[in-house]
Design a protein around this ligand. Structure first.
Ligand SMILES: C[S@@+](CC[C@H](N)C(=O)[O-])C[C@H]1O[C@@H](n2cnc3c(N)ncnc32)[C@H](O)[C@@H]1O
Length: 355
């Protein structure tokens, strides 16, 4: 955890935020390994003695989720997994674990997002194929126009490319928040060593390790934290810009994510939201889908219409209070590569917002 980010952004206890709406500052607790610039191993502790929740900082990543024990129960094994597997042995183990294993599910995620986020920098990838999320972000930012100076929050940052782009484009501090430890580790390696290393899926459970040089101006202004996009652990109105690229249909409550963006954006600030509305019950209960059901309802099941109402103060019982759309929404291709012979081609709906 970069101390500059900690001191400037003043994170708050996600548990107190989620349970009572209180923004209680976190303080540094134990520091086991640190430099003058960052803490590698240590804890952050809630400043409210009645809570006193202790959040670990692991390998430089603070884990700031409301349900810490729940996240640890599901992901804790990843924190202690070795990261030095040679490429061929990773393949041997992948074959042994089999296609339905968590090991291979993680490799698929790393392959899909590693490729889209950094494949455009790989001399072996034909130009114009990878990089779709950056193209969506660029188009949205161009239309959003000038923003006040200040920090940027990248919700659901995944493998991290958008966080680096936001640092380059805005000149501010950027924090990328995600719940996925392996993707965040990929992002941190780019941040720390200027290289993206990930398994690229050929087919089945055959993967090739890719190592792509990825250096970004302003990488020293980026940090990656584990956090829930619906409860970003920061005081209200802290960010000049909030980005949420392709995460709205991945959360349990899309209105809660919209409220979080609304609450995080500073007065005069902006937000950019992209989503392919690719609903699935693994992430979001049907009742919480924005459209995609209730064809006989007011919005005739149209996702864009429900989203537009949620982003218009007063137009829906769960509408945001401050943000409003800036210009017409855009629809742009967004690609998720599955393997050498399969890509999922989405049409991402991109909305630019201002407070
Ligand atoms: C479809 S991926 C998009 C990744 C990246 N933004 C992009 O567009 O390439 C969704 C990302 O959101 C993350 N995510 C899902 N639910 C989240 C939550 N509640 N809080 C933070 N991140 C979340 C996932 O781990 C994943 O990295």
């Amino acid at each position: 955890m970069r101390l500059g980010h900690f001191e400037s952004l003043r994170p708050v206890c996600p548990r107190c935020l989620a349970t009572g709406g209180a923004a209680v500052p976190l303080v540094l607790g134990m520091v086991e390994e640190a430099t003058a610039e960052d803490v590698r191993w240590g804890t952050l502790v809630c400043g409210d003695a009645a809570c006193a929740m202790e959040y670990p900082i692991v390998d430089g990543v603070p884990i700031l989720v409301p349900d810490l024990r729940g996240w640890m129960a599901a992901n804790g094994h990843l924190l202690t997994t070795r990261t030095d597997l040679p490429a061929a042995m990773e393949g041997v183990l992948g074959d042994g674990f089999g296609p339905d294993s968590a090991f291979n599910a993680t490799r698929q995620h790393l392959s899909s997002y590693g490729w889209d986020h950094y494949g455009d920098l790989d001399p072996e990838t034909p130009p114009g194929e990878a990089g779709s999320v950056v193209r969506c972000l660029d188009a949205g930012l161009d239309r959003l126009g000038a923003l006040p100076a200040g920090p940027v929050l990248d919700l659901g940052c995944g493998a991290g490319r958008t966080s680096f782009e936001l640092a380059e484009r805005t000149g501010g501090l950027v924090v990328g928040l995600d719940l996925h430890w392996p993707l965040l580790m990929l992002a941190r390696r780019v941040m720390e060593r200027g290289e993206a290393v990930f398994p690229l899926r050929r087919s089945g459970i055959a993967y090739d390790r890719r190592r792509i040089e990825a250096r970004f101006t302003g990488a020293e202004r980026v940090d990656f934290w584990i956090g829930d996009a619906m409860f970003p652990p920061f005081p209200p109105r802290r960010f000049a810009l909030v980005a949420a690229m392709n995460v709205l249909d991945c959360v349990a409550s899309p209105p809660a994510l919209l409220r979080a963006i609304d609450g995080a954006a500073a007065d005069g600030g902006g937000a950019i939201l992209a989503t392919p509305f690719d609903w699935s019950t693994q992430a979001t209960p049907v009742e919480a889908w924005l459209g995609g059901h209730s064809q006989r309802g007011d919005d005739a099941g149209r996702c864009e219409a429900v989203l537009a109402r949620l982003l218009t103060p007063g137009a829906h019982p769960q509408s945001v209070g401050r943000l409003h759309a800036e210009g017409e929404a855009l629809d742009m291709p967004w690609t998720v590569r599955m393997h050498d012979r399969a890509c999922m081609q989405y049409l991402a709906h991109i909305v630019m917002l201002r407070t």
